[in-house]
Design a protein around this ligand. Structure first.
Ligand code: PMP
Length: 394
């Protein structure tokens, strides 16, 4: 079999490879971005599926519209309007997770060689997806307030990128959030330079402290922004339900791209979730999730000092699923990974999240998947069992 040339540049996801090892039952994994299974609304979903199958089996099991199930599109439009992105149902496309939204944007917008601006580090599977469309990456550094806008502006003056890819809220992998001031500036820059922004927001509703910030897509009417959301982290990732919200022209292009990809998102899951939302108290469910994950985040932050060598620093997210750790200079996270696996603890070394020039002394920790006491205990044990570290040469 001869593969397409473009596949030579696309690497297998290091995270999925690590997850294969990390999923051994005896390993405590801080590696994946897995939500807590005990928080899945199993009963409500079971009832909703049963209702839909008994009341509307023909609709639920039949082919459906590419744009998605009407009542679910309307629900998303209404919720996004309340969250600061005014939208009509026609501006919503239901996708197979937000991952498909990323891929459809790549398919619809990126020609080979087009420049895509990304944060460094950035969400690995987005880099992977844009690579399959033969994008070239330009990176803009991030700090605790997200993408550095001065650097972005300098870049926009020099280059004409096709797309700016952002995870503004509780970024994967750093957990940090783009400040309000930077959101406004990025929206204005997008309008001024006519560059499309892809706002990928699967974590926006998982805020444990601090005030909510408006989506970048809702700030500047003239700015071309495509907003992506997901039910993976708030309901369950196995549903594979996400959405894109954008102007009619963009939604039309993404819909055509989706027709060619999978015709439409699963009819049963869409109807079941729409049915569930008729009676389910989603806000109360989110409040429970925020409490649960907030406690786990606190447990992780409280343990890090004892778990890592002196001189280690880490981000202090206000939500989402990840903490980003910066090791002291010269300690390679990949080597540390080998040691941690001996102590049956897994994490993701940071290097694969960089499109170029990786920082080897970084790693990502997930805190959503295990109870707080397990997080604290294992981080302590991993520290105790660690051999003295060798330094990276050079
Ligand atoms: N974007 C980001 C930033 C993510 O972290 C993830 C999941 N890890 C996704 C998109 C994809 O999520 P899903 O397709 O399950 O909605």
């Amino acid at each position: 079999m001869q593969l397409a040339k473009r596949m030579a540049r696309v690497q297998a996801s290091a995270i999925r490879e690590i997850l294969k090892v990390a999923e051994r039952p005896d390993v405590l994994s801080f590696a994946g971005g897995l939500p807590a299974p005990e928080a899945f609304p199993v009963e409500a979903l079971a009832r909703a599926h049963a209702d839909v199958l008994s009341g509307d089996a023909a609709g639920a099991l039949q082919y459906g519209a590419t744009e998605g199930f009407g009542p679910l599109r309307a629900w998303v439009a209404e919720r996004m309007t309340r969250r600061g992105l005014p939208a009509a149902a026609e501006q919503v496309l239901i996708t197979a997770g937000s991952q498909q939204g990323i891929d459809l944007v790549g398919k619809a917008l990126i020609d080979p060689g087009d420049v895509v601006v990304v944060e460094a580090p950035s969400y690995l599977a987005a880099l992977q997806s844009f690579s399959t469309y033969e994008a070239r990456f330009e990176t803009v550094p991030s700090d605790d307030d997200g993408m550095q806008v001065d650097a972005l502006e300098r870049l926009l003056r020099r280059k004409r990128p096709k797309l700016i890819y952002l995870v503004p809220t509780f970024q994967n992998p750093r957990g940090t959030t783009l400040s309000l001031e930077r959101r406004v500036r990025i929206a204005r820059l997008a309008a001024r330079f006519g560059v499309t922004v892809l706002e990928d927001d699967p974590y926006g509703e998982l805020r444990y402290r601090g005030p909510a910030l408006p989506p970048v897509a809702g700030i500047e009417k003239e700015a071309p922004v495509i907003h992506l959301g997901s039910f993976s982290k708030t309901l369950a990732p196995g549903l594979r339900l996400g959405y894109a919200v954008a102007d009619a022209r963009a939604i039309r292009a993404l819909t055509i791209a989706k027709q060619a990809a999978d015709l439409h998102t699963g009819s049963l899951a869409q109807r079941a979730v729409a049915r569930m939302f008729e009676t389910f108290d989603y806000d109360a469910h989110l409040a429970r999730l925020r409490r649960l994950y907030g406690e786990r985040l606190d447990a992780m932050l409280a343990s890090l000092e004892r778990a890592f060598p002196e001189g280690t620093t880490w981000t202090r997210p206000e939500g989402g699923l990840f903490v980003w750790v910066q090791l002291p200079s010269g300690i390679d996270a990949l080597e540390l990974f080998g040691d941690a696996m001996l102590a049956r603890v897994a994490f993701v070394p940071g290097a694969p999240f960089y499109p170029a020039e990786p920082c080897l002394e970084t790693l990502r920790l997930n805190f959503s998947n295990r109870p707080p006491d397990a997080i604290a205990r294992r981080l302590r044990e991993a520290r105790a069992s660690r051999a003295p570290r060798r330094r990276i040469a050079g």
